[in-house]
Design a binder for this molecule. Sequence first.
Ligand code: IMP
Ligand code: MG
Length: 177
Amino acid sequence: MWIPIGRTLLDEETIGRRLDELAEEISRDYADSGEVVLVGVLRGAFVFLADLCRRLELPVMIDFVAVSSYEAGEKREEGEEILLDVRTPIEGRHVIVVEDIVDSGRTVEAVRRVLAEKGPRSLAVCTLLCKPEALEVDVSPDYVGFDIPDEWVVGYGLDYDHQHRALPRVAVVEPPE
Ligand code: IMP
Ligand code: MG
């Protein structure tokens, strides 16, 4: 069943404007750092990463990780597992994890832990969305596009049960009971 989309939280223009700001901030912060490795967290971050990396005025390398995760509507669980690791050597390099959304914070924490073991020169987290009310672990992303309420959102890479990732804006869905 194709889940109906509810109200729009962030339209394309709003997202684009915020990305301009984020890219400017990151470009400034890493201006003297040499190349930066952007590590996108699959699959939700693919749209954000694509739009962000083209705005950065920095030499960047792109890689991805995938983490096992809970299904839409399921309870957040412990024990996230890395399913796909980076292939770019990140030792001694500046790394920015690019996430679609920080909800409980467990995914980002797991990714951070795995990447930190490889000895990067620095390790930062950039997330398009953050649900501050849902945070269960002590993570504070270095770059946040938007804080949003604790509701299930889709679009701009984010899904509900694999649906609506290609929607160009971010909208709320009401998961069926
Ligand atoms: P966390 O580990 O609880 O922080 O969850 C982060 C992951 O859960 C994200 O990378 C998303 O894949 C997924 N997620 C959490 N909230 C949402 C949402 O509102 N819409 C779509 N995916 C979400
Ligand atoms: Mg994700």
